[in-house]
Design a protein around this ligand. Structure first.
Ligand SMILES: Nc1ncnc2c1ncn2[C@@H]1O[C@H](COP(=O)(O)OP(=O)(O)OP(=O)(O)O)[C@@H](O)[C@H]1O
Ligand SMILES: [Mg+2]
Length: 344
């Protein structure tokens, strides 16, 4: 018999842009979801490392064969390097909270709840399971918005809308593990918004030199839908000269691409809730993920809810660890029978 103290419980939020881990020993970390291997002998000599992960990988990207193992909410299964990248990312997260590479922490065992985009739960479960083999002892794979709901204790008559980089995930909570019919995934999310904003800016200012990395930073600072809180002015080189550009309309248009599909999916899921519970769900809609921070988005969704009797949408100020904290809470509560044993 194992006692609870010998088990390390962890919650992992495997995200397209960031991945977070929360562990029962009190440790919490977040890393950028990038993995890179030195491109050649020279790079290896400079870096003196076999693999780089997270922010380090991004800053040294010129020397690396760089991989982002998730895209549009799916684990990339095509190349062997991407498979390896997920494994390296997971091992890195576990190392940060003190788990050694053979999956042991001072002789104890690791139980991990991993939250992934709902779409990836359907298509990539087996693959993820294989990635975790030999790294953890017991595993539970859940959808990201469910982990968020669990962490917030929003388990009954609520809807979570998690707007990440790769996907926007919806989940209606009915006081039990959510099923397929309670969840939806859209690929309109942070990344698609960045691509749209870049395209609009290039159309308006064809001479300006703008990259997706710059655009993302501007978005994270100035995103909004509806009425502009103030003009959005940014600086970018035009023929080599730093120039101020007004991108207010472009910012609004790009951010608003999120609104129609989100409203449509939200209303569709609501219409499938049993009639006597619909009002309670409408009044308990929670926006999470980085995209949930877009200014005025919750009010815009509330306006859309007026056509079905009104509702309340709240958003989280600091969404970084909600998914992994929720995973950890789930790990601590789950009975033995809910876990899959992973024997290497
Ligand atoms: N203030 C902001 N306004 C708009 N977007 C933002 C803001 N802050 C962060 N983002 C965007 O949120 C996204 C990252 O959110 P999050 O960390 O929830 O994603 P993720 O979990 O990595 O992705 P996914 O859940 O799709 O796998 C990025 O696209 C980022 O640019
Ligand atoms: Mg996420």
């Amino acid at each position: 018999m194992r006692t609870d103290s010998e088990i390390l419980h962890v919650g992992i939020d495997l995200g397209t842009s960031r991945s977070a881990i929360s562990a029962s020993n009190g440790e919490r970390f977040v890393v950028d979801s990038f993995v890179g291997w030195p491109a050649d002998m020279v790079a290896k000599k400079v870096l003196k490392r076999d693999v780089l992960i997270g922010h380090e990988a991004v800053t040294n990207r010129t020397m690396l064969d760089l991989h982002r193992p998730l895209e549009r909410g799916l684990l990339k299964e095509g190349s062997e390097k991407d498979v390896e990248a997920v494994r390296e990312l997971l091992k890195h997260l576990l190392r940060l909270v003190g788990v050694s590479s053979n999956g042991r922490i001072d002789g104890s065992h690791v139980r991990a709840v991993v939250g992934v985009p709902a779409a990836s739960l359907r298509t990539n479960k087996q693959y993820l399971r294989n990635s975790m083999k030999g790294i953890v002892d017991s595993l539970m794979i859940v959808s990201e918005p469910f982990a968020v709901a669990y962490g917030l204790n929003a388990l009954l008559h609520t809807m979570i809308i998690d707007i990440g980089a790769g996907t926007t995930d919806f989940c209606v909570m009915k006081g039990r593990y959510p099923g397929e019919e309670d969840q939806r995934t859209l690929t309109v999310a942070g990344d698609s918004l960045d691509a749209q904003l870049l395209k609009l800016i290039e159309e308006r200012y064809p001479q300006a030199n703008v990259t997706v990395f710059m655009v993302r930073e501007w978005k994270e600072k100035h995103s909004f839908v509806g009425e502009a809180p103030k003009r959005v002015l940014v600086t970018a080189p035009v023929k080599g000269v730093p120039t101020e550009l007004d991108i207010t309309n472009e910012m609004r248009a790009a951010c608003e691409t999120l609104v129609p599909p989100t409203v449509e999916t939200m209303l569709d899921l609501l219409s499938r809730v049993e009639p006597e519970f619909q009002e309670r769900v409408r009044n308990n809609i929670i926006l999470s993920g980085g995209g949930g921070l877009i200014r005025n988005l919750s009010q815009t969704l509330e306006t859309a809810l007026k056509q079905v009797g009104g509702g309340k949408v709240t958003h989280m100020q600091d969404p970084v660890f909600v998914g992994s904290d929720g995973g950890l809470a789930l790990a601590l509560d789950a009975p033995d029978s809910d876990w899959e044993k992973l024997t290497a």
